[in-house]
Write a protein that binds this ligand. Structure first.
Ligand SMILES: [Zn+2]
Ligand SMILES: [Zn+2]
Length: 317
């Protein structure tokens, strides 16, 4: 189906793609970037049966075939015929984007696609990561979110929705630290020795769960060092190298897990949660023509929450 783009979120992965770091994942520019897309169905092929022209939709970015074993298990993002809208095939930094019917989640009535576009990747990535470890975020637990950016600010709220322990935000940027407090973080740690600060907050025990949305050598080291016994270090941001003595992990029975986007059902569930008013998505809109300026702003850390590109005057059906 052809979808008229109403908004396309700008993600740090776009910078990785531009910098040529995504080639091992099959991303070889030139390609039209933009994988956090929402808009209105413009036209459909004759076999499409679940949406009609004019419907508001958000687009699940991985292509999934539906017939391989991983697809049938519900792990769409590990499809054997994997493609990714806006990375391996042309995406939504454009007026229109072409996707298969399996990519579409119909928006609940009255939902503005421009406002929710970042859920297509930022939202499901946060949801997938938090859902996987939510059993560790029970009463009396402490979960640490490292990096309160586009994905981290959603994860922080999801730890509240899917868990019931304390949530600690670690963030060096003053504006994002304020955002963490506004969104209900119990504790917000800025600079200094963050490992000490987390140990202090947990009476020396360390965190039960650490979600790292940065993924640098520094945050990998800090995230592992602040774990308590039987705790899990969960990676979403990437780029650094993990280095940890196995004796430390075995002594504490600690785990490290990694997360890749999320499934179609993760996106559907995030949209239901958003529709119920229990998620705040912090966005700012920019004209699509300013795409290069917005990418530079993201690179310089000047975006709080998520920037969404809007083509021309296309936010209405
Ligand atoms: Zn992304
Ligand atoms: Zn498949």
């Amino acid at each position: 189906m052809l979808v008229r783009v109403a908004g396309a979120g700008v993600c740090a992965t776009d910078l990785h793609a531009i910098d040529g770091e995504m080639e091992p994942a099959g991303v070889s520019p030139p390609v039209v970037l933009g994988h956090e897309n929402a808009g209105f169905v413009e036209a459909t092929g004759e076999l499409v049966s679940t949406v009609s022209p004019g419907d508001g939709v958000i687009l699940y970015p991985p292509y999934s075939c539906g017939v391989c074993v991983r697809c049938r298990r519900g792990h769409d993002m590990h499809c054997e015929r994997h493609q990714f809208t806006g990375l391996t095939v042309d995406g939504g930094f454009a007026d229109y984007v072409l996707v298969s019917e399996r990519s579409v989640v119909k928006l609940p009535a009255g939902m503005d696609p421009t406002e929710v576009a970042p859920h297509a990747d930022a939202g499901i990535t946060a949801y997938h990561a938090v859902k996987k470890v939510a059993h560790l975020a029970g009463p009396g637990s402490t979960a640490v979110v490292i990096g309160v950016g586009g994905v981290g600010h959603i994860a922080l709220q999801l730890l509240r929705e899917l868990g019931s322990g304390a949530v600690v935000a670690v963030e060096t940027d003053e504006r994002r630290l304020r955002l963490a407090k506004e969104l209900g973080a119990d504790e917000a740690i800025g600079g200094g020795d963050v490992v000490d600060a987390v140990r202090e907050h947990t009476n020396g025990h360390g965190a039960d769960l650490v979600l790292d949305f940065v993924g640098s050598d520094g945050t990998h080291a800090d995230g592992l060092a602040m774990l308590g016994h039987m705790a899990t270090y969960s990676m979403v941001g990437f780029g650094g190298t993990l280095s940890v003595p196995s004796a430390a992990m075995i002594g504490g029975e600690q785990a490290a897990v990694a997360n890749l986007v999320g499934s179609w059902i993760d996106l559907w569930e995030v949209m239901q949660l958003h529709a119920s008013g229990r998620l705040t998505l912090k966005t700012e809109t920019h004209p699509l023509d300013d795409v290069n300026d917005v990418l530079s702003m993201l690179r310089e850390g000047e975006i709080t929450g998520r920037a969404v590109l809007v083509p021309g005057d296309r936010s209405e059906p």
